[in-house]
Design a protein around this ligand. Structure first.
Ligand code: HEC
Length: 134
């Protein structure tokens, strides 16, 4: 009898641990929140539709977005300066860091740009941002 109870308790505990680790990150919600972060912080340069001009590189169908999550998080935390090539076009301007945004805002805005204007990519989580923030 006691053994059965121990087994039952262990099974419940294990289930709780497993579900807490595998809790799905809600990408759709993150993308929705990211749109307002984008409108407040990025739209002046990268435009509402993410297209390029001679000064600012595109985000819509940008091949640069295929870089690792860490590289993209660092564009936002550290800024991007010097020569950069996006879709075969060379840009050389400065983007200031937007490290005043929270971990969640940074993950949300990256999920928004990586899943708008025809882009479709996997989620970047606040924990990944937190791990890189110095
Ligand atoms: C003041 C203008 C400005 C603002 C505001 C700005 N950026 Fe940028 N961004 C740039 C410039 C300029 C570059 C290219 C820098 C270079 O030439 O090295 C760039 C590069 C990038 C890149 C890498 C290249 C690419 O096109 O994929 C990403 C990603 C990016 N920005 C995302 C964002 C996001 C997200 C925001 C808002 C949180 C933002 N930027 C706000 C000007 C800006």
């Amino acid at each position: 009898m006691k053994k059965k109870l121990t087994i039952a308790i262990s099974a419940i505990t294990l289930t709780l641990i497993v579900t807490s680790f595998t809790q799905e990150f809600d990408l759709q919600k993150s993308i929705e929140r990211g749109k307002s972060v984008y409108t407040s912080n990025c739209v002046d340069c990268h435009k509402a539709d993410g297209t390029a001009d001679s000064q600012y590189p595109p985000l819509a169908k940008s091949d640069y977005l295929n870089h690792s999550a860490d590289t993209l998080i660092n564009v936002l935390l550290l800024g991007q300066t010097g020569q950069v090539t996006v879709n075969g076009v060379s840009y050389n301007d400065d983007m200031q860091p937007v490290d005043y945004l929270s971990d969640t805002e940074i993950s949300d805005v990256l999920n928004y740009i990586r899943n708008s204007w025809g882009n479709k990519m996997n989620a970047i989580t606040p924990a990944q941002v937190k791990a890189l923030r110095q």
